[in-house]
Design a protein around this ligand. Structure first.
Ligand code: ZN
Ligand code: CA
Length: 324
């Protein structure tokens, strides 16, 4: 009897470790609250009118990628980083190939965010830079949601001006965590940005993971621009977007359409749900509007600091041809 209990307990123990943590943004918020450093904000943009939506939005977002590596594997290639930027630019301009798979029911609400991400070609002093900041660390893995990777004195690397740059830390995260992000205004400037595990950053066709197509980046940057998970409030409209159908729980894997909950068909192909990378394909119009509003109202430094695009070559069509 004891033996069976032991086996059962170790099975639970092992399966809890094997389970992937698709996104730990919500857990990171709890972590901030527990240490009293969560900045409760009331600005949350909550609109379904689409009054402010710019269908021809064309906003350039300068990016700094901090690659924190302890092993050679963790020191991912330039090409992997370019493939992440390419994925973002397809996904945020409604030109990703997966859009062809969106069911007819949801075609009318596909949103074009209109953000172009580019690797910063100069630092804040105007000196030439690649946009990729490679830093060796003695730390072999960082806790799945913590702040250490953002602090030089903890084996991480301090951000560049979080007003002017989208800071992305790529590092080895423990606990099978894929990534997490800070929503606008919820943390102090020195912690603001996106963290993604090195295995799930960019496109890696040699990987057998279901998360190898760069969609973790797309999802986490959605949070960075104020998007919520559509499933957080169960069947209530938690995310403030009536064009994302309420869904009772996260969707994993790659379900066939239609699947339903909360009396509607699930939009499981939304970038803010939890499906496999190959099965995520769209933001909605409301989500695009929220992100544009977040950029203009809370992250305007990204466009106002005047980080120059000069010398930047958009690394498109590296791996996937752009269908548009
Ligand atoms: Zn998330
Ligand atoms: Ca909704």
């Amino acid at each position: 009897m004891k033996y069976h209990v032991l086996i059962l307990l170790s099975a639970i123990f092992l399966s809890s470790f094997a389970q992937i943590q698709r996104c730990s943004t919500d857990e990171y918020v709890d972590f901030l609250k527990s240490k009293g450093s969560y900045n409760y904000h009331t600005h949350r943009i909550n609109t379904n009118t689409n009054d402010n939506y710019n269908y021809n939005g064309n906003y350039n977002i300068p990016v700094v990628v901090h690659v924190l590596y302890n092993t050679n594997d963790q020191n991912i290639s330039d090409e992997r980083i370019f493939s992440q930027i390419e994925t973002l630019n397809n996904d945020y301009n409604a030109s990703n190939i997966e859009l062809a798979d969106v069911p007819e029911e949801f075609q009318d609400v596909i949103g074009n965010v209109g953000f172009n991400f580019f690797l910063a070609q100069e630092d804040i002093n105007g000196s030439p830079f690649s946009g990729i900041n490679r830093v060796y660390t003695e730390v072999d893995s960082f806790l799945g949601f913590s702040d250490d990777m953002k602090k030089s004195n903890q084996g991480g690397v301090d951000p560049w001006s979080t007003d002017c740059f989208l800071n992305i830390w790529v590092c080895n995260l423990s606990g099978n965590t894929l990534g997490f992000a800070t929503m606008p205004d919820v943390v102090s400037d020195d912690l603001d940005g996106v963290v993604i595990d090195y295995e799930f950053f960019g496109i890696d066709l040699s990987s057998s993971s279901a998360y190898n197509l760069g969609k973790t980046g797309t999802h986490e940057i959605g949070h960075y621009f104020d998007l919520e998970h559509p499933f957080n409030g169960g069947c209530s409209d938690w995310d403030g977007c009536s064009d994302t159908p309420s869904i009772s729980s996260p969707t994993y894997g790659c379900p066939s359409y239609p699947q339903s909950s909360c009396q509607t068909n699930n939009m499981s192909m939304n970038f803010m749900d939890y499906t496999d990378d190959a099965c995520m394909s769209m933001f909605t119009i409301c989500q695009a509007e929220k992100m544009q509003s977040a950029l203009l109202n809370y992250r305007s430094g990204l466009i106002d600091c005047g980080v120059s695009l000069d010398g930047y070559v958009n690394p498109l069509n590296l791996i996937y041809p752009n269908p548009v």
